[in-house]
Design a binder for this molecule. Structure first.
Ligand code: SF4
Ligand code: SF4
Ligand code: FES
Length: 650
């Protein structure tokens, strides 16, 4: 530890700490533009000047490490004069844009100018004008004349994403942020630069001119769009979700970042295409019915099948909250139903067994083996941890036939190894797990797409013993032996490896229920479609890919007439006259389920389909063509273009 004095207060901090961080110990702040805790110092803007006793000139607090006996002043005439000069220079060409700037009210230039700058300027020349409203790419707009050239955006691309798309072009008063190639600025994490930018130079297309920060109501929640579960702030104005923002202090899960899916795929909650009333198929077309009638019809169908519970199937749960997943399993088992499976797409396993790792282990691994789809598409912020490991000297192998041997040899000699798998090809996962399980320091991760797949597994939404899995349920349905199919928040008609089987199964099942936000490919084939809340409209918990129990908080009211899956299950239980566990019992079960660590290895028999189903080499994309992202035209440019794969030889 190093002892020093800051503004007259004795402080003790670890050796190597920068002054900018040390002052936080005494709840003080040194203003910064180019410095950021996750990017480190750059020494570009000079706004962080401090006075250090014994040094003739002011020093920059962002790049000066503490020293024993150091005496530092963060305010005082000398510091304030220096800072005021820096701000005056930064403001020389800055437009007086605040009234129309999206950053107004949360802008570091505004705040520091108010705190430290003079109210007037000696510069008489006209300001240099630069381009405004430059379209940088599908997500970001640049107002160049607001830029203070801190280069946080440039360094984010270089250091965190490892992509180096943004660069600073030209020099002096002509400098300009642009992409190196002139191509649109495009990767999976672009939105983070709008938060890093200390001024209003970089703004999100989806949020421009939408609100002032003081008009927003903020709710901290967890993103449910993949298995990482990034902590996020949901900002709502007048009942509309306007933006999601990262939680800077969330070192444990998101590391302070959001991917563009978590940030931009939010407009669907306001889509006019959302269903808001139960729909019942009558004479080939859907008619609106009341919730009471919906519960009565559903309960009757289940009641009629009571003597043959093996003819009832439940598919879904990976998109439900833990509490909903638990009630779903409990209610269905209470009426004798055993065919329950959360899996409706290509992912078959969510719990990585006894070597389940933490994100700290992942980012410090020496060798990382990635098998299956890239986590950049399925669990993007987890991929940033892998990039961090690589930045610190780790070696990443995206396994294919060519590099498999080299990867395994590198793993054998490495101090710590991480295995990251997409959870789809069970045999492949099991093989690599087996090959690596003798390693002294192995951590395993399943980077899946479904936000709460691990929660669904922990709460029992997997087939047991002789009960049917999804593939077997669909097969049985096609053969005409299923009487009721219950689908919760899943769209197998789009995501299952054999959509034709799904269509035939739905057609052959006398009564099928789908809980959904939209008329999905599967919902269109159902008997009863029930409108449910999005994750922004309900509260509960999820379990993420590393086994963390994370809270989800409602930030929005749901549209009138829409219930949560939990309320739907309670309504069904009442119609069936089944008593459900109390809130307290549910809470305790969820906590216990999250704490329990499974010993199952990769490739446990439960994860293998009972019916032969090819593991489809599906193209994965962050904004996969279907799903919620299809319901927001503002992000249409982010979705993959439609394409058709034609098998060779046909
Ligand atoms: S655009 Fe923003 S983040 Fe990038 S250099 Fe300019 S002020 Fe800094
Ligand atoms: S990585 Fe996953 S959890 Fe995090 S913001 Fe993106 S979609 Fe949401
Ligand atoms: S924050 Fe210290 S030089 Fe920019």
């Amino acid at each position: 530890m190093v002892n020093l004095t800051i503004d007259g207060v004795p402080v003790s901090v670890p050796k190597g700490t920068l002054l900018v961080e040390a002052v936080k110990k005494i709840q003080q702040e040194i203003p910064v533009y180019c410095y950021h805790p996750k990017l480190g110092p750059a020494g570009l803007c000079r706004v962080c000047l401090v006075d250090i006793e014994g040094m003739p000139k002011l020093q920059i607090g962002c790049n000066t490490p503490v020293a024993e006996g150091m005496v530092v002043r963060t305010r005082g005439e000398k510091v304030d004069t220096g800072r005021a000069m820096v701000l005056e220079l930064l403001l020389v060409n800055h437009p007086l844009d605040c009234p129309i700037c999206d950053k107004g009210g949360e802008c570091d230039l505004q705040d520091y100018a108010m705190a430290y700058a003079r109210g007037t300027s000696d510069v008489a020349d006209a300001k240099t004008s630069k381009p405004k409203g430059v379209d940088l790419g599908p997500t970001i707009v640049l107002d160049e004349e607001r830029c203070v050239v801190c280069q946080r955006c440039v360094r984010f691309d270089e250091l965190i994403v490892g992509d180096q798309q943004l660069v600073l072009k030209d020099r002096g008063h002509k400098d300009m942020i642009a992409t190196a190639t002139g191509e649109p600025y495009r990767h999976h994490f672009t939105g983070n630069v709008t938060e890093l930018c200390p001024v209003g130079a970089l703004t999100s297309k989806t949020y421009r001119f939408k609100s002032r920060p003081w008009d927003l109501t903020r709710t901290q929640t967890s993103c449910t769009q993949c298995s990482v579960g990034c902590r996020m702030n949901a900002d709502v104005r007048g009942g509309t979700l306007l933006r999601t923002m990262s939680v800077e202090s969330d070192d444990a899960i998101s590391d302070g970042w959001l991917c563009d899916r978590g940030r931009y795929n939010i407009g669907y909650v306001d889509s006019p295409e959302r269903i808001t009333q139960p729909l019942y198929r009558k004479d080939g077309s859907f008619v609106q019915i009341s919730w009471d009638d919906a519960f009565a019809l559903w309960a009757k169908a289940l009641h009629d099948a009571k003597s043959a519970p093996e003819s009832v199937g439940v598919i879904g749960g990976g998109r439900l909250l833990n509490e909903e997943a638990y009630l779903l399993g409990t209610l269905m088992r209470a009426i004798g139903v055993r065919n329950i499976d959360w899996r409706a797409g290509v992912q078959r396993q969510a719990t990585p067994g006894r070597f389940s790792g933490t994100l700290e282990q992942l980012e410090s691994a020496n060798v990382i083996l990635v098998i299956g789809a890239s986590p950049a598409e399925t669990a993007p912020v987890l991929d940033l941890r892998i990039r961090k490991a690589v930045r610190h000297g780790g070696r990443r192998f995206d396994i294919d036939a060519q590099n498999e041997t080299a990867a395994l040899m590198a793993a054998r000699d490495a101090r710590s190894v991480a295995l990251v798998w997409d959870g789809s090809d069970v045999a492949l996962g099991a093989r690599f797990h087996e090959l690596l399980s003798g390693h002294a320091s192995l951590s395993t991760f399943i980077a899946g797409e479904q936000g709460n797949a691990r929660g669904a597994e922990a709460l029992g939404l997997l087939p047991r013993d002789t009960s049917l899995d999804t593939a077997a349920m669909l097969d049985a349905a096609r053969a005409g032996t299923m009487r009721v199919l219950n689908l919760f928040g899943v769209n197998p008609a789009l995501n299952f490896s054999d959509p034709a089987l799904v269509a035939e199964a739905m057609r052959a099942t006398p009564f099928s229920v789908v809980t959904e936000l939209f008329m999905t490919e599967t919902a269109k084939q159902a008997t009863l479609v029930l409108p449910v809340r999005s994750a922004f409209e309900k509260s509960g918990t999820i379990i993420n890919a590393t086994g963390e129990l994370l809270p989800v908080e409602a930030a929005l009211e749901a549209p009138v007439g829409v219930l949560s899956d939990l309320e739907v299950l309670i309504g069904l239980a009442q119609a069936l006259d089944i008593a459900l566990p109390t809130e307290e019992e549910v809470r305790r079960t969820v906590i216990a389920a999250a704490a329990q660590r499974s010993d199952d290895a990769f490739g446990d028999a439960r994860y293998v389909w009972s019916q032969k189903q090819a593991v489809q080499a599906q193209r994965r994309h962050l904004f996969a063509g279907g799903g919620t992202s299809a319901h927001d035209v503002r992000i249409a440019a982010l979705r993959p273009a439609d394409s058709l794969a034609i098998p060779v030889g046909v």
